[in-house]
Design a protein around this ligand. Sequence first.
Ligand code: ATP
Ligand code: MN
Length: 484
Amino acid sequence: MFNKRIKIKELLTQEPNGQEVIVMGWVRTFRNNQFIALNDGSTNNNLQVVVELGKFDDELLRRITTSASLKVTGIIEPSLGKGQKMDLKAATIEILGDSDAEKYPLQPKKHSLEFLREKAHLRFRTNTFGSVFRVRHALAFAVHKFFNDKGFLYMHTPIITASDAEGAGEMFKVTTLPVDGSATRDDAGKIDFKEDFFGRATNLTVSGQLEGELGATAFGDIYTFGPTFRAENSNTARHLAEFWMIEPEMAFYDLEDNANLAEEFIQYLIKYVIENNKEDLEFLAQRLAEEEKQLPQDKRSEMGLIEKLEFVLANSFERLTYTEAIDILKNSNQNKKKKFQYEVTGWGMDLQSEHERYLVEKHFKKPVILTNYPAAIKSFYMRLDDNCEPGKQTVSAMDILAPGIGEIVGGSQREERLDKLEARMKEMNIPSEEMWWYLDTRRFGTVPHAGFGLGFERMVQFVTGMTNIRDVIAFPRTPGSAEF
Ligand code: ATP
Ligand code: MN
């Protein structure tokens, strides 16, 4: 049997008292032919394996190189050296897999994040990515725990869809038709998707929301947590072509209930990681502090990573309407001095990320929930607000903006009134015949309901302090890049 090993994380919680153990892992460093720093991925802390001089033959010792995998048995003793509380005094060392030191791409030194992106298959073996991906895991677990504890049903919405949920972005086509130009065309010269696998044009989903609404209007509260795809050609530090989204959808909720849930959810996730991933967070906080030392003073964060997270827990999010936000932005010195790239012209304009960041980072200095946007810049399914000023029709939408990230959540109360929804679809050229199944929820027992989408990677970025979204997903898909 292979798996009588103890994980290093667990071992390090024990007191060293001569216990006999089996550990397995990868060599981080081997010093003086005597001290192996062994890591097994359960923690960034290595186990120091002490190799007694003369006990093992040179041939074996030569094979203990960075990233070689080992099985070591021996006795745990209090460490004589500083820096660790225990040593494993090796009785047997078995090389499970050699690692040619000349060829192994990662050196035991600091590599840039950009370099490590090109070695994404091995970057998990570094401290930074060890911490990031353990935190990512914890967050994913906490997502399920949060909703399960509240009685939400986890719903798997389809990845291949025929609908563009919200015109949210460019979609990836899914087809088995030949791409060499030989696909059958209709009379108008367009590709005839009746010939295609599904008998119609299909795409990778941009959101599970519309199907989620079908669930909510039967189960009450549901959430999705799955991959979503956007073929938007935006090469930013916050956009991926493939990202994971959490989309709760709740019957009998209005916009305020929705905002309350989103705020509670985000705070819960942060709290979970602070309580369960202290070591990794401390490592990431230190990493970020060092990274920020390279920046000019005015670009550095005012708070450390953990301080920032604790601040978000301790303070409620600022809530204001789009209309109020426009006033603040318009009257800001930043705008008057024309320091925004996009001038704030007034009500009706879409906010650029520089405007969102100004509100969050300069004006309020905390997460902000912006609500009630102009209908014209939001999706068809968002509920029209009643009693709006003429010419200023708004919808019950909300965006949550986080410091350093920008938009982290987008959501709304949904339009539950069939006549209003149909009118809006017509206005926005959404083919309602194809959406008959969606409209049926409004025909048969419609209810006020609401929901939101939290971009999982943006949440991981926020908690880990990683500045580039490519560094919080295992194998990032971005324009021009789908390696691994
Ligand atoms: P943005 O304006 O930042 O592009 P969006 O308005 O397109 O966001 P939504 O369509 O509301 O975003 O999607 C819901 C959430 O999904 C966003 O709040 C964000 O957290 C996340 N998200 C959206 N697009 C991406 C992307 N390309 N990569 C990673 N996360 C994304
Ligand atoms: Mn977008």
